[in-house]
Design a protein around this ligand. Sequence first.
Ligand SMILES: [Zn+2]
Length: 580
Amino acid sequence: MSDAPPTSTVPEPANPGQYVVIARRYRPQSFDELIGQDHVRRAMAGAIESNRIGHAYLFTGARGVGKTSSARILAKSLNCIHGPTATPCNECEICRDISAGADVDVLEIDGASNRGVDEIRQLRQNVAVRPSRARFKIYIIDEVHMLTREAFNALLKTLEEPPEHVKFIFCTTEPEKVPITIHSRCQRFDFAGIPTAAIVDRLASICESEGINAERSALEIIARRAAGSMRDGQSLLEQVLSCCGTELTAEHLHRLLGTASGKRFEQLVACLVDRDAADSLAQLDGAVAEGADVGQLLEQLLGYFRDVMAAGVGCSAASFLHATSGDELRVKAAAQQLGLETVLAIMQIVDQTLARMRQSTHGRTLAEVAIVRICNLENLEDLATLAAAVRSGAVSAAPPGGQRLPPPRPTAAPLTSPSYEQKKNVVESSGNGQAATPSDEPSPAPAEPVELTAENVSAIWQQALDGITDMVADQAALADSVSLAAPRRVVVRFAWKYNSCKLSCERPDKAAILQRRLADVVGAPVQLEFAVDEPTNELAASARAAPSRPRTAERANHPFVRRAMELFGASSIRVDEPPS
Ligand SMILES: [Zn+2]
């Protein structure tokens, strides 16, 4: 593999005194120097050595991963006076001219700035002309997906019957935008993102060549920001070096990038994981005082929690993209402490805050709100577990013919008694909005479980609701009927117009309250499920009675909507009708 620092870098010829940027000076000049693209390197070398050279290649991959460099190396391989060879000499005139991008037979076209059909027409005319000195006339078209449809059509005519002496190398970051007709005539090579460690190694060798004393942790920060792009990594290194001379430290870099220093960031994360809002805000304040930019800081958090998420789903530290090598244990501990659901919620909050910040001048306040919200997140893992428990009780529709509920009674005669004392009075309200009298009679604990029967199930349900102070009891009281589907399986059925109540009751946290309370009354675990009648004429009737409000409320009560509102701190302003 080519992770080892290349030994034979040939700097591109430059005018004396003219500065050539690092990314160009350290461009790979042979397949051996191509970093992180082993499969491409092997396949290409194999094809050249066994003389199976296609007439058109499509190089795909993100920017800065070596596509154009590879195109030039391939061109040298094909045209080197010692070739075709997988190891072009890099010394002959042809090799040197191709490296400099100045060879007469290798034409580089930038698809982004030559979108017109005229350029391709000209190309088609020139294609017929034999190469002036080398074996092949080679067209390298960068960002080929940018060509217009007419240009593609013109190109296609050449690709269908290419002259023997012509080779095409197309590069693109967006292969899906290249027409299938072109695609199918090319040998395709997909360039991978370059691993962070390989970028760090390369940057380290560049620093060494440039006489720069660089901390490895500083190069790690650069490489992580480059996100798989060698060119981005080299460009960033260049920018940084222009401000910090020959010494490059992580602290330097944090100041330049507006990010929080390692220690500060570590402390902030620790406070967030502990859900300590006051300390978290203090850490944010400290970071800002040290020169951090709140936007950059949130980007840092997003990256960090991305790794926590990866750890949470069981990925190894090798898959971490943002955490430094010293952070691994902390990342794993955070994943354990927070739980996956909470980590996802944190990422949503941070991501959404970043989006809002782009349109706001109150960046710091938004960041602080995000931090407080993170610290106030419920433990979503518990909710998810509850939801799973509720779901395991089967969510199928209840059988028809459940017993009708009696009208809400002021006090349901206790059949059994609550196993815990219910101090708070509960005000029941019926479907007609009649207020009911509070029930306040805690009774002694039952000796043994009450047997649920078709006859007593309604009364027991009523009694369970009487003992609940949560608002969900009001919604549950609007149920139309309650029935037994099995000895310990209670089905609560709502009329369609109260579907929103059913949905509320089904929320994992609410369902858990109802189920726990019912189990207390019965003295044994009870499965609880909710059903709703199919919409009938009743729907039309309720729609006539109240045209828009109930629908708005209904949708605002949908579990997904509620969860979204919680996560994003939103409120419902308007409900649009779905397109019919
Ligand atoms: Zn050569």
